[in-house]
Every structure is written in structure tokens, then in C-alpha cells.
Ligand binder design. Sequence first.
Ligand SMILES: CC(C)(COP(=O)(O)OP(=O)(O)OC[C@H]1O[C@@H](n2cnc3c(N)ncnc32)[C@H](O)[C@@H]1OP(=O)(O)O)[C@@H](O)C(=O)NCCC(=O)NCCS
Length: 145
Amino acid sequence: MKKFIDIDFGSTRYDELVQLRYKILLEPLGLKFLDSFRDKESSYLHLGCVEGLDDKLVGGLVLAPVNDEEVRMMQVAVDTRYQGEGIGRDLVRYAEKRAKDSGFSKIVMHAMLSVVNFYEKIGYTQEGDIFEENGITFVKMVKNI
Ligand SMILES: CC(C)(COP(=O)(O)OP(=O)(O)OC[C@H]1O[C@@H](n2cnc3c(N)ncnc32)[C@H](O)[C@@H]1OP(=O)(O)O)[C@@H](O)C(=O)NCCC(=O)NCCS
């Protein structure tokens, strides 16, 4: 059975989440997880999905406050073997609940073009033009929660 959890910055789970993010998001693009990322993340909210008897971490994401109203969702990753089972959708829903509980009213994010449809299906809308960062094309997406 899958469960959605909050992950403490600096915990063993946090290290597992960093590994998962590296494997799913950074390694395929030839990017490294830099220690400077870690330094910035202490004030972020780290969320995950665990599955099975051993509570294996199969998905995760990060929420970074932008201001009192907005929070930025980043690094949404589901383990390759568990993709397409609804985990990404439920994880984003959990993040929306956690963001709302924390007093935020809007989620903003930069989605890779390849996953825009995934976010549209769960209520996010495109805002502004597409743009490039490190050779990857992104679009800003937003949702009021
Ligand atoms: C994108 C990602 C987070 C989606 O999570 P997931 O658990 O595989 O997706 P779900 O099973 O919850 O899918 C929910 C719906 O979105 C659709 N969907 C999933 N990935 C999609 C994609 N890349 N493009 C279009 N639709 C997609 C599913 O078909 C499903 O549709 P349905 O409700 O009509 O059946 C996951 O596949 C992933 O980690 N991909 C690699 C990393 C990545 O690109 N992250 C996004 C960074 S911006």
C-alpha cells in the first residue's frame, strides 16, 4: 500500500529522496546534485511516497516558498518502475494539501514540455511563454489551491 509522507531535511529519508531525484531527473540530463542545492533546501518542504512492506521510497517532490501566497513545486520524480500507476498524481495532490495547510494559496512550477500534459490533467494551466534553461525547454504552470 502506498503512503504519502513528509520528509525531514537532513534525515536518511532525505538522502534517499536526493538519490531518487538524481536518478530520475538529473542523471538522464548529465547533471550532478551539488552540495549547494542541499544548503538551500533546509527551509523547503520535502514530500515523498513510500510503498510496500519495507516502505520503499518510490516518489518525491520539493516545495519551496516564494512569498506568503505562493509556493514553488520542484523536482517531481517517480521511480521508473512505479510510473504510470497514479503515484505522481496522488503525490501532487498531497503536496497541494500540505501547501494549503501551510497557508499558501497558489502553486507555481516550471514544467518540462514533455510533462505539461500530466500537469494539465491535474488542473495546472500554462502561464506565459516557453523558455529554455540549460538547453531544456520549460513552461511556467500555475494552480490556485
Ligand atoms: C512525470 C511523472 C512525475 C508522472 O508521474 P506518474 O506516477 O508516472 O504519473 P501518473 O500515473 O500519476 O499519471 C497521471 C496521469 O497523467 C498521465 N501522464 C503521466 N506522465 C505523463 C507524461 N509524461 N505526459 C503526459 N501524460 C502523462 C498518465 O497517463 C495519467 O493519465 P490518466 O489519468 O488519463 O490515466 C513521472 O512519470 C516522472 O517522474 N517522470 C520522470 C521525471 C519528470 O519528467 N518529472 C517532471 C519534472 S518537471
